[in-house]
Ligand binder design. Structure first.
Ligand SMILES: Nc1ncnc2c1ncn2[C@@H]1O[C@H](COP(=O)(O)OP(=O)(O)OP(=O)(O)O)[C@@H](O)[C@H]1O
Ligand SMILES: [Mg+2]
Length: 441
């Protein structure tokens, strides 16, 4: 800031010198000059300037006494220095702003112009609090400003500047003051660093770190789940063996207590419950042992024929009419035949179980956009709205003997085929499950 101080003094001196040098030797001149804001008058033939801050004491000799070209030489030197110091101020890689005691802008270097989009002429003499500060921060900045005015400096603060385009830039300031010979504050000088880009980069880094930690945690969770899955599959398998033994013995006992009704009832319950437990275990093991599909290009039409043949006897036994509306020709798709068949049979099974009083089960197929679809439609009881979003959740069932794993397996298989299942259902009217497979998968 010493530089700025000197620049101002030198500018003033330079002006004075200019004025004097045009006068003639015969004239008694009265020279008005201003140093550090103070107006002085000198009508003597010799002018002495005592400028603090300029190296040493500057004695300006009067041309009326001895050297007539003395002042113009000094004028040139001073002008050169002024230019040098002004360009130092403009090239310095910091925002430098000088304010008077009211907060009016006196100096505004190139870095300030670059940061705000305003040029010096646009801001000169304007109050910084009205022009560049955001309203929420005016009070806090005034506190720092008043402290300096009252002699408490240097100090530091951080605040936003509003650019000409209305954008906010975060700037950290180091503030000090210029005083007169009595130590009274004349100007407030703030040197700032624009933190906007640095803060944005820091925020980006923080977000990246958070994302990384989230992924790391979820990977840990998946590893844990995979380990639990493996462990429970092992345990389940071990439970299945004693259950099968219990089932076998229960059947033997049932044969041996044919005449005893109470025992028969007990054994029937034991058998029903063990059957149910074994069913749950089988489904769970199917889920746990879920393997990646082996995709080969094949015909959906042919597969539907096989599914139809598999479910026909069960449909007949339940008083259900089986209708087939498959397209004759469909583009071949990539799928795992065994897995897709399992899905379609599961869906048909659910449809049959939903039509307790008989009905119509329709199998159809077709193309939609780039997908091939297979639809299984029933005229059964339908699915209540509140249950629709639970479909596919493991163990969601409304059936007395259901495991709630059937649809979960279907969804997992179709998702591994890059396909999807869409459900449409109306309570009391029926449901349709559409399996979409990408043709190009
Ligand atoms: N076509 C359908 N009509 C009506 N409800 C259905 C139909 N398909 C599924 N649901 C409902 O979704 C639930 C879950 O079906 P999901 O196949 O997963 O299990 P589940 O059939 O109950 O038991 P399981 O594991 O033996 O198949 C069923 O209990 C039933 O309430
Ligand atoms: Mg089912």
């Amino acid at each position: 800031m010493q530089i700025l101080y000197q620049t101002k003094i030198m500018k003033e001196l330079s002006d004075i010198c200019q004025n004097i040098s045009v006068k003639t030797m015969e004239e008694e001149v009265s020279v008005k000059y201003k140093i550090k804001g103070e107006t002085k008058e000198n009508s003597k033939s010799c002018l002495t300037c005592d400028c603090h801050g300029v190296q040493g004491k500057l004695k300006v000799c009067c041309p009326f006494c001895n050297k007539p070209d003395g002042l113009s030489r000094i004028h040139k030197v001073l002008e050169g220095k002024c230019q040098l110091l002004a360009s130092v101020l403009d090239t310095v890689n910091a925002l430098v702003v000088v304010l008077d005691k009211e907060g009016k802008i006196i100096e505004f270097n190139k870095s300030c112009e670059k940061a705000t989009g305003y040029c010096f002429n646009e801001v000169k003499g304007r109050n910084i609090f009205d022009l560049l500060l955001v309203s929420e921060e005016v009070d806090s900045v005034k506190v720092a400003f008043n402290k300096i005015k009252n002699g408490y400096f240097p100090n530091e603060n951080e605040n936003y500047w509003l650019t000409k385009q209305g954008l906010k830039r975060r700037i950290t300031w180091s503030n000090t003051a210029l005083t007169d010979t009595q130590g009274k504050v004349q100007y407030i000088i703030a040197t700032g660093k624009d933190l906007t880009d640095q803060r944005a980069a820091e925020d980006e880094l923080q977000n990246a770190i958070h994302q990384y930690l989230r992924i790391k945690n979820s990977l840990k969770e998946s590893e844990k789940l995979a380990a639990i899955g493996l462990m429970s599959a092992g345990i389940t398998h071990e439970i299945k063996n004693p259950l099968t033994v219990i089932q076998g013995f229960a059947q033997l006992i049932k044969k041996n207590v044919e005449g005893e009704r109470v025992l028969q009832d007990y054994i029937t319950t034991i058998l029903e419950e063990t059957n149910q437990a074994i069913r749950i275990i089988n489904d769970f093991l199917k889920l746990a042992r879920f393997r990646e599909p082996v995709l080969t290009k094949q015909s959906v039409v042919k597969l539907m024929g096989e599914v139809r043949a598999s479910i026909e006897p069960q449909a007949l036994a339940n008083n259900i009419t089986l209708e087939y509306k498959g397209a004759d020709i469909l583009p071949e798709c990539m799928f795992d035949k065994q897995q897709l068949k399992q899905v379609l049979i599961n869906l048909c099974q659910n449809a049959i179980e939903a039509m307790t009083d008989g009905g119509i089960l329709t199998l159809s197929s077709g193309s939609h956009c780039n997908d091939t679809f297979i639809e299984i439609k029933d005229t059964g009881r339908g699915i209540p709205c509140e249950s629709l979003n639970k479909l596919g959740l493991p163990f969601f069932t409304t059936k007395e003997h259901g495991t709630g794993l059937g649809l979960n397996i279907c969804y997992a298989i179709i998702s591994a085929h890059n396909g999807r299942i869409e459900v449409d259902s109306r309570e009391g009217q029926g449901s349709s499950f559409r399996v979409y497979l990408p043709v190009s998968a």
